[in-house]
Design a protein around this ligand. Structure first.
Ligand code: FFO
Ligand code: ATP
Length: 298
């Protein structure tokens, strides 16, 4: 209800949404450095979530924001079903070639080899996600081989806690640590085999350097379309805030994408809470997008 928010919030959010609608990809024609700047400044400074929620539900006739947001969510749903159909129709041989190409690119990349603390998703083939099994086993071998987790890599993977966009990233040391959840995605139990609480990345004393992200579609200016749960956007916003508070370097956000998932610049509709990615790994190579990626991925 509109009384619950202030006009300042409402106006700021309306302006943001209107700007996003007027300039579907504000960073499309800018230089790479300017691109990051505009992506971050437009997308990463959302109005308070309470204001956004209020706007989405409001019946206020003076504000056109709900219509805009509804339009964006409808556009997202349409794009999700289109991409899901394309992924289902993908030739399994090509998919498998792309899985290998993408994972080999990751495994050979200096930005992957040098990273010690990573968050990655456990791919689900039924959801037609880019396979991460080779990358994960490399990370886990690397951490086990050294005997000391401080010297090898450390891996955190998602665990959905509730349907309210709440996901944690918990440390695992073996694929045996995983069990299928109600969505049939493998995830860690909160307690390990020795009865100890798994380390939650939000409570760890050291920063994560790299996130390998899933998604349904990505565009060439770093916009990411997820499955609509808001889990990753919520988690990434919280993690970026934590990194800022602790004066840690922000982690690189890298999404893995099959060819049909790559869209032209500006093709993905976004709301102010969508967190852009720094780079894409595609079957034909890495596409660095942000200034951080251009610095660290090339
Ligand atoms: N491998 C993997 N793990 C992940 C995610 C992910 O996208 N991939 N998540 C990222 O958030 C979280 C789980 N969120 C999920 C959200 C939706 C669906 C899902 O199956 N969606 C169906 C549609 C369901 C519906 O519309 O009712 C689908 O996409 O077909 C799965 C996981 C955490 N773990
Ligand atoms: N930082 C956030 N805080 C609170 N709610 C959020 C945040 N980010 C996204 N949401 C909410 O989550 C819901 C789904 O958002 P959206 O459609 O952008 O998800 P998605 O990007 O497809 O999913 P995901 O982030 O899990 O990959 C929306 O209602 C959105 O407002």
């Amino acid at each position: 209800m509109v009384e619950m928010t202030t006009w300042a919030h409402t106006l700021r959010a309306v302006e943001l949404v209107a700007m996003l609608m007027r300039h579907p990809c504000p960073i499309a024609s800018a230089s790479p450095k300017a691109r990051l700047f505009s992506t971050r400044s437009v997308i990463l400074r959302p109005p308070p979530v309470s204001a956004m929620t209020t706007m989405m539900n409001t019946e206020d006739h003076h504000s056109s924001a709900p219509t805009h947001l509804d339009t964006i969510f409808r556009m997202k749903r349409t794009l999700r079903s289109r991409v899901k159909k394309e992924l289902k129709a993908m030739d399994p041989t090509i998919r498998s070639l792309e899985d290998n190409a993408i994972q080999n690119i990751v495994l050979e990349a200096p930005w992957f080899k040098s990273r010690k603390r990573l968050c990655a998703y456990i791919s689900c083939s039924a959801l037609r996600e880019v396979d991460t099994s080779k990358v994960l086993s490399e990370i886990l071998q690397n951490s086990a081989k050294d005997g000391y987790s401080q010297m090898g890599k450390k891996l955190y993977v998602p665990r959905v806690e509730d349907k309210n966009c709440h996901m944690r990233m918990l440390n695992i040391s073996s694929m045996d640590d995983l069990i299928a959840n109600s969505m049939n995605i493998l995830e860690p139990a909160p307690i390990d085999a020795n009865g100890n609480e798994r380390e939650d990345v939000m409570l760890a004393n050291e920063p994560v350097d790299l996130f390998l992200l899933p998604g349904l579609a990505f565009d060439k200016c770093g916009r990411r379309l997820g499955r609509g749960g808001g889990y990753y956007d919520t988690f990434l916003a919280r993690y970026q805030q934590l990194a800022e508070e602790r004066k840690w370097k922000q982690p690189l956000l890298i999404a893995l994408s099959y060819s049909p998932q790559i869209m032209d610049e500006g093709a993905i509709p976004v709301t102010p809470t969508d967190v852009p990615v720094d780079a894409l790994v595609t079957p034909s190579g890495v596409l660095p997008i942000s200034a951080a990626a251009l610095e660290r991925c090339c």
